[in-house]
Design a protein around this ligand. Structure first.
Ligand SMILES: [Fe+2]
Length: 190
């Protein structure tokens, strides 16, 4: 439980005042992750929930120098976050594909992508919660990203290369949610 409180406070410290809308998104991603965490064992559930709190810290103006998954992971390592959290943040939501297209693969190599159910669930939560904390389908969320950023922004440029990987992770997460009886079509499909 201590790690959860630490994750929430760490994210709040860099995002809440600087990027209030982003902070709302993060809080809702954490709520969704927390709901899924109850169907995992304690350790994995806690890691999922903590990673959800931390996944976007790299957007904080004081930390942003390259692109947000890498900036976030670097920061978390400097403040002594557990390596699993560092890796989940580094590679969240197709960041590896994005890093390749942006020329950051070399720097990403210092982190580990665990390619696990926890990772898929983190991606699912991030990609079904909109920028203001609203629930939306994966397809709507991808369209929303394209609408929100300028065509030459890295988020849009990198979107295409990572879309297949994102969709596959979301589908795996949805299958698991069905399996454990956590599917809420209205919630994930609104
Ligand atoms: Fe996010």
């Amino acid at each position: 439980m201590a790690i959860l409180r630490w994750a929430e406070e760490t994210a709040r410290a860099v995002l809440a005042d600087a990027l209030p809308r982003r902070w709302v998104h993060v809080q809702e991603v954490a709520v969704r992750a927390g709901r899924m965490a109850v169907a995992l064992d304690e350790e994995n559930g806690e890691v999922l929930h903590a990673a959800a709190w931390l996944h976007d810290v790299g957007y904080a103006p004081e930390l942003a120098t390259t692109f947000h998954p890498l900036d976030g992971a670097r920061y978390l390592r400097t403040v002594g976050a557990p390596e699993r959290l560092v890796g989940l943040v580094a590679f969240h939501s197709a960041a590896a594909s994005e890093a390749r297209s942006l020329g950051f693969s070399g720097e990403m190599a210092q982190f580990e992508d665990e390619r696990s159910l926890v990772r898929d669930l983190l991606w699912f939560a991030d990609m079904t919660i909109g920028p203001g904390g609203e629930c939306m389908t994966f397809d709507r969320r991808m369209a929303e990203l394209q609408e929100r950023y300028a065509p030459d922004h890295y988020v849009v440029r990198a979107l295409e290369v990572g879309i297949g990987e994102r969709r596959a992770a979301v589908e795996r997460a949805e299958r698991w949610l069905d399996l454990v009886g956590l599917t809420d079509r209205n919630h994930s499909g609104g």
